[in-house]
Design a protein around this ligand. Structure first.
Ligand SMILES: Nc1ncnc2c1ncn2[C@@H]1O[C@H](COP(=O)(O)OP(=O)(O)OP(=O)(O)O)[C@@H](O)[C@H]1O
Ligand SMILES: O=C(O)[C@H](O)COP(=O)(O)O
Length: 467
């Protein structure tokens, strides 16, 4: 097995560690883990041998020595990059308010790989999805605002392609000079992307010399631009962000300091409820918030008015409750809720106990009593994973639960708890609360981080070249 020594930061350089000790320094806190137990719980993709993690304010600085079976950008000679056309899959799926990017965390997180490639004279062709368009062009899902923001952050023009495949794109790619950057239009304007259609993958790969997957947030999707293209482009390697995320999440979560709590909220019930059974295997406490609450409540026979519910997951919700009880895992639900008579910041609102939602009203945030309860549940925890906001935090009236949880976590981080935030909207909420610097790790992946925690194979990682 080959050893790969990597220093990941906004600067990158080689570093060698000579001791077989698993040391993590997270937000200034030092953790010593037993190397034997650590080694047992590792993922097949990035088994760690020695790991030093540091987080300094907003800048993650991570020094790692990993034995890896997957190739990374750092494995390639820099001379091999000059003049090469490199297809880089990023996760630039950022929250937008019209054409305004409300949180650019994912864009900034993609910069180290892009900067490295252009510094070494590569021609960089970026691809990403944005949102979940139905298939076919939809202006509101265009990546054009992202190209503009990227250009500002890089101090360099990023040309927006009108499409992601086709003659126009091919012509643009052929006209590129070394160090140029093009952003392809949203790959999900073709339903062939999510179908992982081989012909679409072939078209995306046309004229490319190298594929770099840096889209950690989409690594759990077996789509054409995350997996299919690797059939057509060699080498296919991991970018710096993908590599860094895998290591952070594995180090702190596969072998957590206990008690370990997960807070699971948000609205994508169907993609999150399934991973709860795996969190039950790892956590001591699981706190349910956001739109997740109501599928569980309805499964218990509680009336939830017109709150968000996924009817086909009711049985699963019941099973999860039973499983948690069997395993002795505390499943915590809010005791009170902020409800509204419509999905609107100008709605009439009131705070009610969880089981008193009138017909026609919907739960859009957790209530004050629940916030206090969550604070006391988390007080003794040593590791906390948070995925998905507690309410519709985008609207001021329903933001208190989410921001309060962010403040609780920031305070606990200061006291030595490891706090890991995953998920586009949870990260956006923490950024909006100006608390990103206060957390141990901010992940750019929501579903991907949960699947990684679950121990599942991430198709976007599995498809890359072995080292
Ligand atoms: N009670 C609720 N009813 C409806 N929507 C809610 C509720 N609580 C939260 N939400 C919405 O959930 C959305 C975020 O959910 P989501 O599951 O996408 O979380 P996330 O942190 O982005 O994780 P991921 O990256 O996995 O998508 C927010 O837009 C928020 O408004
Ligand atoms: O926001 C995310 O979690 C990723 O960008 C993946 O998006 P998806 O859930 O629409 O595939």
């Amino acid at each position: 097995m080959s050893l790969l020594f990597v220093t990941c930061s906004f600067r990158l350089h080689s570093h060698q560690c000579n001791r077989w000790k698993h040391v993590s320094i997270l937000h200034g806190k030092r953790l010593l883990c037993n190397p034997t137990t650590t080694n047992k719980t590792l993922s097949p993709f990035f088994p760690l041998k020695t790991n030093i993690l540091q987080r300094n304010s907003r800048n993650l600085h991570m020094t790692t020595a990993i034995s890896s079976r997957k190739k990374s950008l750092k494995d390639l000679s820099t001379a091999d990059l000059k003049g090469k056309r490199v297809l880089v899959r990023c996760d630039l799926n950022v929250p937008l308010d019209g054409k305004t990017i409300t949180d650019d965390t994912r864009i900034r997180a993609s910069l180290p790989t892009i900067q490295y490639l252009i510094n070494h004279g590569a021609k960089v062709i970026l691809s990403s999805h944005l949102g979940r368009p139905k298939g076919g062009f939809e202006d509101r899902y265009s990546l054009a605002p992202v190209a503009e923001r990227l250009g500002q952050l890089l101090g360099k023009s990023v040309r927006m392609a009108p499409d992601c495949i086709g003659d126009q794109v091919n012509n643009m790619v052929h006209a590129m000079n070394d160090g140029d950057i093009i952003l392809l239009e949203n790959v999900r304007f073709y339903k062939e992307e999510t179908d992982n259609d081989p012909d679409f993958s072939r078209k995306l790969s046309m004229n490319m010399d190298l594929y770099v997957n840096d889209a950690f947030g989409s690594a759990h999707r077996a789509h054409a631009s995350t997996q299919g293209v690797t059939e057509f482009i060699r080498p296919s390697v991991a970018g710096f962000l993908l590599e860094k995320e895998l290591e952070y999440l594995q180090t702190a979560i596969q072998n957590p300091q206990r008690p370990f709590a997960a807070i699971v909220g948000g609205s994508k019930v169907s993609s999150k409820i399934g991973v709860l059974d795996s969190l039950i295997e790892k956590c001591n406490v699981i706190i349910i918030g956001g739109g997740m609450i109501f599928t569980f409540l309805k499964a218990r026979g509680v009336s939830v008015g017109s709150s968000l519910v996924e009817e086909d997951k009711l049985d699963l919700a019941k099973e999860i409750e039973q499983m948690a009880a069997r395993k002795g895992v505390k499943l915590v639900f809010p005791t009170d809720l902020v409800i509204a008579d419509k999905f609107d910041n100008n709605a009439n609102t009131k705070v009610v106990p969880f089981d008193q939602i009138p017909e026609g009203w919907m739960g859009l945030d957790i209530g004050p009593e629940s916030i206090k309860m969550i604070e006391s549940e988390l007080a003794s925890c040593k590791t906390i994973l948070w995925n998905g906001p507690m309410g519709v935090f985008e609207m001021e009236k329903f933001a208190k639960g989410t921001f309060s949880v962010a403040q609780i976590l920031a305070k606990l981080t200061e006291q030595g708890t490891i706090t890991i935030i995953g998920g586009g909207d949870s990260v956006a909420a923490v950024e909006k609360a100006n608390l990103a610097d206060k957390m141990s790790h901010i992940s750019t992946g929501g579903g991907a981080s949960l699947e990684l925690i679950e121990g599942r194979v991430l198709p976007g990682v599995a498809a890359l070249d072995d080292a």
